[in-house]
Ligand binder design. Structure first.
Ligand SMILES: Nc1ncnc2c1ncn2[C@@H]1O[C@H](COP(=O)(O)OP(=O)(O)OP(=O)(O)O)[C@@H](O)[C@H]1O
Ligand SMILES: [Mg+2]
Length: 259
């Protein structure tokens, strides 16, 4: 799954970290691949510093196994901790990231790719390699218009791309439903489609506090609403993955039967 947004600072990394933590608490092996090359901050959210990143591996400063960092039962891979000669060499990065994804897929149930804002090369790569694009939406006109342009661009390439919305910083479930509905009215009118919701994350001081304490809010004592909503999102992801597996199995059985 890739966590994406049009606008920056809307909670992509916060969502990636806590969805991974929730999946872990549900018993799944979860990994986060931070592709915000040069401005990585997932490690900071776990109060860690990556000893080695993907660019170190490309430049032969370490083995592949050294870039898989354990952050309290979740595997974290950082593409590039700070800007360097490779951070905009997308062809080289993508070749390496594909190998990293293969290595993670062999030993994890879920991989969450945390992306930078906007529609850069690595965002498109992340969406292409993911079975779900989780778009972060907040109740601000700039967020709605950026997310709309983001979806328009990707759906223009692949009209059936599997997007789902996560509303962040919502006052409550009603407010989250309203902003999702407002967004879908625009999508329906201009793009003749609808994008389902995967859940919402409440606006909360505990979340800001968790960022300051550099610990996932799902590892802290926080409001029951936060726990409930992250569990809801994680369970939706699990259900979607099962449905996709079932469809793939069905397809391959059908193909075998036809042979
Ligand atoms: N639900 C929330 N409640 C309160 N504060 C929040 C919430 N979600 C995000 N924030 C605040 O917004 C800040 C930005 O979040 P985050 O770093 O996850 O955004 P981002 O989309 O990953 O940003 P970037 O585009 O820079 O990668 C956090 O540091 C936090 O203070
Ligand atoms: Mg981020």
């Amino acid at each position: 799954m890739a966590t994406v947004s049009g606008k920056g600072g809307v909670g992509k990394s916060l969502a990636s970290v806590n969805i991974a933590e929730t999946l872990k608490l549900l018993g799944y092996r979860a990994a986060i691949l931070d592709v915000d090359a040069g401005m990585a901050n997932v490690a900071t959210m776990f109060n860690q510093y990556p000893s080695y990143s993907v660019t170190d591996w490309i430049e032969d400063r370490c083995e592949l196994s050294h870039i898989l960092q354990d952050v309290g039962g979740i595997t974290l891979v950082t593409t590039a901790n700070e800007p360097g000669p490779l951070t905009d060499k997308y062809e080289i990065l993508i070749q390496a990231l594909d190998q990293v994804l293969d290595a993670l897929a062999a030993s994890h149930d879920f991989i969450i790719i945390d992306t930078p804002a906007g529609l850069g090369e690595l965002n498109l790569w992340a969406l292409d390699r993911s079975r779900l694009g989780a778009i972060m939406l907040v109740d601000e006109p700039t967020s709605v218009s950026d997310v709309y342009r983001f979806c328009k661009y990707v759906l223009g390439i692949d009209p059936s791309y599997p997007f789902a919305v996560i509303v962040n910083m919502a006052a409550n479930d009603e407010a989250a439903a309203q902003i999702h509905q407002k967004f879908n009215q625009i999508v329906k009118y201009f793009l003749q489609t609808e994008i389902p919701s995967m859940g919402y994350i409440p606006y909360s001081e505990s979340i800001r506090e968790s960022i300051r304490k550099q610990m996932p809010v799902m590892r802290m004592e926080a409001e029951e609403e936060i726990e409930r909503e992250f569990s809801y999102i994680a369970q939706n992801i699990v259900a979607l993955a099962r449905e996709m597996q079932r469809r793939e199995l069905h397809k391959s059985t059908e193909t075998r039967a036809k042979k």
